[in-house]
Design a protein around this ligand. Structure first.
Ligand code: NAD
Ligand code: UGA
Length: 458
């Protein structure tokens, strides 16, 4: 079959896989190929056991795989054959050298650019899908166009705003799609080609076109603003605990102001995920390199409050359990960084688990989707950690339960049965404020929630 357009995506991760599956599903006339250097990942994308859990993803992949969606490890071949190339490789925080701990590690990005260059003999549009420091397109252009091959490359910025757990809906009904390019005739022509792809299912008033630097910077800014709301509400949660105010009531009261809005005001044990911390620290590094110290400090405080909130949660557990958790069994309900994903990258649960292990607690981890990743995370750590899917078995004999992920199933457990099976006095630390605290207290639990007065029987 002859396809109207051929699209390639390099990087078959949490973004590349679902995004390309959505494009293939909405554009049956396009052939979409996703490539990755990770053979195991590609093998899983071609199997019934996809490499990531995302509600609704299996159905979409099943519908289009083998028809107009293909997964492959043959990078060079597909680079040669495709004119439109999305690049969605990982851009983690640098762990070495200059900028270590803050700057984005662009080695995978640059490697990809060089591989594209080496395999190109015809003009191409390169789409930045990964989250990148502002002005990366400039470097990209220099690598790609500083060649003597006489091949034209146009670099477009099209950052992704999907959230894990709701990725399919976010891709199908995006608040907006952002597409930035250079304001040259070639740049605008290339931008229009990318607009055309999304226009197959996204209305034009939701497709924002901008200059390329605004597009790159808007992605970092969006994540910084979202995370800042969480740190703001979490900072207030500490004040609520001192003053008998209730953080959920405060969040509701301020969220009804249409200028503030209700979303991203849920106090928690802290934000996790692969991007908020990395992207804010990247922003901090960029500001520092432009000498904007005050701006850098302002955004860095968002990450500092988050780390403090996680620390505070551990301290609360220890101080309320008679100042020691050594030898005590603590059940962790949830290990994913949020509900509806198996992803544990930067999950607050990792920090809490490690903090409790340092205090010599025995921890048992339960999670409906993240246990394989949790097991993998602890595989080299010879410590007191066990894993169990069933929350009732996890709680059996435990001194405390800590709710670390807001999975729906935890709201509907039989806590009377759980209480009976636990060591007494029994404690619940609700790091997601999802349980009925008064009901639990009446049952006999000692209940500690984020931003609420403790409910203790002693
Ligand atoms: P990921 O680690 O899940 O996937 C990246 C993939 O790129 C990996 O499978 C890796 O093997 C592959 N890769 C690396 N170098 C390669 C190379 N040279 N050639 C071919 N493949 C290569 O990462 P992700 O979560 O999909 O994130 C990708 C980018 O999207 C990041 O910049 C991230 O900040 C951004 N982003 C992520 C999310 C999210 O929810 N995870 C949302 C929006 C934006
Ligand atoms: C976030 C952004 O929401 C996406 O728009 C963005 O594309 C993505 O980062 C990215 O660039 O990677 P994601 O990390 O998948 O998406 O999930 P979120 O829903 O933003 O949650 C992040 C963390 O904040 C989770 O740990 C969540 O539990 C926590 N959170 C969220 C709160 O503690 N309170 C809230 O009110 C909202």
């Amino acid at each position: 079959m002859d396809f109207e357009k051929n699209i390639l995506c390099i990087g078959a991760g949490y973004v590349g896989g679902p995004t390309m599956a959505m494009i293939a599903s909405k554009c049956p006339k396009y052939k979409v190929t996703v490539v990755d250097i990770n053979e195991d990942r590609i093998r899983k994308w071609n199997s019934d056991n996809l490499p990531i859990y995302e509600p609704g993803l299996d159905e979409i992949v099943k519908k289009v795989r083998g028809k107009n969606l293909f997964f492959s490890t043959e990078l060079n071949k597909h680079i040669r054959e495709n004119r439109i190339i999305f690049v969605s490789v990982n851009t983690p925080t640098k762990t070495f050298g200059q900028g270590a701990g803050k700057a984005a590690d662009l080695q995978y990005w640059e490697k990809t650019a060089r591989q594209i260059l080496a395999n190109s003999t015809t003009p191409k549009i390169i789409v930045e899908k990964s989250t990148l420091p502002v002005r990366t397109a400039e470097t990209m252009g220099q690598i790609l166009n500083g060649n003597n091959k006489n091949v034209q490359f146009d670099v477009i910025s099209n950052p992704e705003f999907l959230s894990e757990g709701t990725a399919i809906n976010d891709l199908e009904n995006p608040d907006r799609v952002l597409i930035g390019s250079k304001e040259t005739p070639e740049g605008i022509r290339a931008r229009q080609e990318i607009v055309e792809i999304y226009a197959n299912w996204v209305s034009h008033n939701r497709i924002i076109e901008s200059n390329i630097w605004s597009s790159e910077l808007s992605k970092l800014t969006a994540n910084a603003f979202l995370a800042q709301r969480i740190s703001s509400i979490n900072s207030m949660s500490a004040l609520c605990e001192k003053t008998e105010a209730d953080i959920d009531e405060v969040a509701y009261a301020i969220g009804t102001d249409s200028r503030i809005g209700p979303k991203f005001l849920k106090a928690s044990v802290g934000f996790g995920g692969s991007c908020f911390k990395k992207d804010i620290l990247n922003l901090v590094y960029i500001c520092q390199s432009y000498g904007l110290t005050e701006v850098a400090d302002y955004w860095e405080s968002v990450v500092k409050i988050n780390e403090w909130q996680e620390r505070r949660f551990i301290q609360n557990i220890i101080s309320n359990m008679f100042n020691t958790v050594a030898g005590k069994k603590i059940a962790l309900f949830g290990f994913a960084f949020k509900a509806n994903t198996g992803d544990i990258r930067e999950s607050p649960a990792i920090y809490i688990a490690r903090g409790l292990l340092e205090e010599k607690a025995h921890i048992i981890i339960s999670d409906p989707r993240a246990l394989p990743n949790a097991r993998d995370y602890f595989k080299d750590i010879q410590e007191d950690v066990t894993f169990e899917m069933d929350p009732y078995r996890v709680a059996k004999g435990a001194h405390a339960i800590a709710i670390l992920t807001e999975w729906e199933l935890y709201r509907n457990l039989d806590f009377k049965r759980i209480l009976k099976s636990m060591a007494q006095p029994a404690f619940i630390f609700d790091g997601r404020n999802i349980l009925d605290h008064n009901k639990l207290f009446k049952l006999g639990f000692n209940v500690f929630a984020i931003g609420k007065s403790p409910l203790k029987h002693f």
